[in-house]
Design a protein around this ligand. Structure first.
Ligand code: NAP
Ligand code: MG
Length: 489
């Protein structure tokens, strides 16, 4: 295949194959789906659109592997996670280049979030597994035992693919579960590379299986098969609702990491310049294709024009281009469909009277699904662009009349994934953070800590459950009470 493989130790990415029970299978009778580089619009490989039979085979392999894997010690499983982290580090440049080639994410961002972050998630999860209270006693003397839920169906999106897979795989494996993964159809190759890394470290066959294909065909078949004990999904609200309904009907647990329309609340005593520039940067990471992107900048009304001017300057400073070029700060959107959706959102807002301060068009690149960084203001709070997830480089700037109104606007959304608060008074910012209905709130632009253990997940329509840290591990555990346990060990 045509993906550049830079490292001499590069491992083969087996496209046109699924990874089941430790074997690469290339079913002949199935349809193929092309994988395209969004910066060049060229085909970089193709994948199997797995049939229901392939899915069944994968669940059977995961079920067989569960028998032994669930009986290994947490320490042994933690050692595998560390070994996988080592493998990610050995092959980090290959992973980052492949991710950039699949998604169009600038290479610097890919190195940080598709290689370095997942390795840190694996290591921190291993540490948590080693010190976790697997077997405790309650006040009555009963034993409380944590046991793995069973076989996991993981379904992941395309925007931060390696991170999103590892955010499920690390805690699932630590818990003693096995997994069948259906990666996004637009970015499946990194999942096949991960399977290659699992093979390289000698992860027992069937513990991690990858079944590729389209959501509507392969994904739906896996979902309906029911050969799993928990489904862990990251993706859109629409698909998440469907997955939750199917799982609920079967009384199967579902964790859902869905979308967001996250606010950045700037209070009147904040450093406006820092708040706006940081919000633009956080909003435009991965060309705005980020579920927790702060897409609604809510500033004091009297400062709104100033805020828009700063945001426009920051937006116009982006360098759009080849995402493999170190100088590029914004790549293309993941697909032509995604670009159309984003541009339609902006033009609908403008038709309804919004002011386009900058951007709002495709860039002049001959190839690639580029959209110019976009700042929109003078908005009706009911406008779709204020309420719906756009998933592109689009920031809306809104005005507030004081702290209460700012909190009201921040919470006036169906979503609740994340939020940001800016104030020079830390106690005030902390109090406002507690009033926002969201799973994660950042104060004054704090970055994700090096130790990625703080829970991530949504209130309201942003989902059910949490990823990262001990909270993620608990999602994959059943709780058993043993009454009258003689406590012999
Ligand atoms: P999506 O369309 O919901 O797809 C997510 C995954 O579900 C993909 O693998 C998709 O396959 C699969 N799928 C689609 N229909 C299915 C079905 N009927 N049965 C089983 N699987 C099915 O989302 P996306 O467009 O890839 O990703 C963007 C969305 O993800 C945004 O809404 C974003 O906010 C959200 N997101 C949330 C988080 C979070 O942690 N909260 C993180 C990242 C992204 P295909 O690839 O073939 O469509
Ligand atoms: Mg999709």
């Amino acid at each position: 295949m045509a993906v550049d493989v830079l490292s001499p130790a590069a491992i083969e990415v087996r496209d046109n194959a699924v990874y089941i029970g430790g074997m690469w299978l290339a079913p002949h009778e199935t349809a193929r789906i092309d994988v395209v580089n969004p910066a060049t619009e060229q085909r970089i490989g193709s994948i199997v659109d797995a049939t229901p039979e392939v899915g069944k085979h994968a669940f059977a392999a995961a079920r067989r592997a569960f028998h032994d894997w669930s009986r290994t010690t947490p320490e042994a499983r933690a050692d595998y996670l560390d070994a996988l982290a080592d493998a990610l580090e050995r092959h980090s440049e290959q992973l980052a280049v492949l991710a950039t080639t699949e998604i169009g994410m600038p290479i610097r961002e890919s190195r940080a979030v598709q290689a370095d972050l997942p390795a840190r998630v694996l290591r921190s999860t291993a540490e948590i597994a080693r010190s976790f209270d697997w077997d405790t006693r309650d006040a009555s003397g009963s034993s409380i035992v944590r046991e793995p839920v069973g076989v996991v169906l993981g379904i992941t999106p395309w925007n931060f693919p390696v991170h999103q897979i590892i955010a499920k795989l690390a805690p699932a494996l630590a818990a003693g579960c096995t997994m069948v993964l259906k990666p996004a159809e637009l970015t499946p190759l990194n999942a096949l590379l991960l399977a290659g890394l699992c093979e390289e470290i000698g992860l027992p066959p069937g513990v991690f299986n990858v079944v590729t294909g389209a959501g509507a065909t392969a994904g739906e078949a896996l979902l309906q098969d029911g050969g799993y004990d928990i489904v862990s999904f990251t993706g859109s609200l629409t698909v998440g609702r469907h997955i939750g309904a199917v799982a609920g009907d079967r009384i199967i647990r579902a964790t859902l990491e869905l979308g967001g329309k996250s606010p950045a609340v700037v209070l009147d005593d904040a450093d406006l310049d820092a708040a706006v520039r940081t919000t633009v940067r956080n909003c435009f990471t991965n060309a705005g294709q980020k579920c927790n992107a702060p897409t609604r900048l809510i500033v004091p009304e009297r400062l709104r024009t100033d805020a828009v001017d700063i945001a426009v300057e920051a937006a116009e400073a982006y360098v759009l281009g080849d995402p493999l070029d170190e100088a590029t700060t914004m790549g293309p959107l993941v697909s032509g469909t995604q670009r159309r959706k984003v541009l339609d959102h902006v033009s609908a807002a403008v038709t309804d009277g919004a002011r386009l301060a900058t951007g709002g068009t495709a860039s002049e690149h001959e190839r690639g699904y580029f959209v110019r960084p976009t700042i929109v203001t003078d908005l009706d709070p009911a406008a779709a662009i204020v309420r719906e997830e756009v998933f592109g480089p689009v920031l809306v700037v809104l005005g507030h009349d004081g702290e209460d109104d700012a909190v009201h606007q921040a919470n006036d959304t169906a979503y609740g994934l994340s939020a940001e608060v800016w104030s020079s008074d830390e106690a005030r910012a902390a109090a406002v953070a507690r009033k926002i209905r969201a799973g994660q709130v950042r104060v004054n632009g704090v970055r994700t800590p090096a130790l990625p253990v703080s829970p991530f997940g949504g209130y309201k329509s942003s989902g059910l459950g949490r990823e990262m840290g001990a909270y993620a591990l608990e999602e994959f555990l059943e709780i058993k009470a043993i009454l009258g346990d003689p406590h012999l060990t």
